[in-house]
Design a protein around this ligand. Sequence first.
Ligand code: TRP
Length: 337
Amino acid sequence: MDKKNIVLTGDRPTGKLHLGHYIGSLKNRIELQKSYDQYIMIADTQALTDYFENPERISESIFEVVSDYLAVGIDPDLSTIFIQSQVSALPELMMYYMNLVTVSRLERNPTVKTELAQKDFATSVPAGFLCYPISQAADITAFKAEIVPVGEDQLPLIEQTNEVVRKFNRLYNTDCLKEAKAHLSKTSRLVGIDGKAKASKSLNNAIFLSDSPEIIKQKVFSMFTDPNHIKISDPGRVEGNVVFQYLDAFHEDKNEVEDLKLQYSKGGLGDTTIKSLLNDCLQKLLQPIREKRAAIDKKYLLDICIEGTKKAQKSANRTLNEVKNAIGINFFEKFSS
Ligand code: TRP
């Protein structure tokens, strides 16, 4: 069997997936699974660092997210879908890595720093939150992932992972951990239908992959365009116009979109026309996804997660064993040989 490079990717399960996920990571994963050994992790343990007081939000989302994966075309024969909390080697690895990372280094991690500022913890930062980059280092190294597809905001986490790898290998004189490369997603993040921020569940400005045709239409027709474009004959602004940003992201005919932009900025093209076009295009994209999603059998879904998790456990246990050997604390093996 040919040995394929390993990819690790994943999502925090905090709600159903939307068009921002589709364009930002799902499409990419559908491609990557063809040529890589791809692991897709449902990062429920990591999501708990934010939602430990509302764990239902996470437990309710896990199967929704996996349904979205299967509906868009992630193939469980090509990708290993697994649930983070069920792989106990991950927190074990994290425990060993914690010795190699200082609290001040965690506080200086730019992603953590931004999140700390947003969360307003004052002086009572939970250790679980502060240490999540170490948990992520465990995720990545456990599978010896060489490639980690991420958005820009995750780069500092990969960098910190590689610091752990180098420090561990040097300290324990081993090469059992592998450095990972970030694979930056080309498409920038999708804007929300309000045009104010990126599409997200919490801002209530996203179109979900499972939305009904009526809801999709309603969301498209409520999209922010150009508030000064009142009459059809008025020149309109394309920049900052959500409808055009979505047409850029989802419409297949890029030339047609460019022609429409030209016409819109000159005047003579109404919002209703471009919204109808976008609506048709999104309905066409989402209908088969929605139908496939509705047809997924619960038992099948569970089987996929169990099978994937078993494979992930095996692979993470192998790395854990190597890590314990390198440190010299595989006591029973050590004394019986
Ligand atoms: N931090 C990622 C997110 O916020 C989720 C994640 C956890 C992850 N562990 C990972 C992604 C390892 C890639 C590799 O979405």
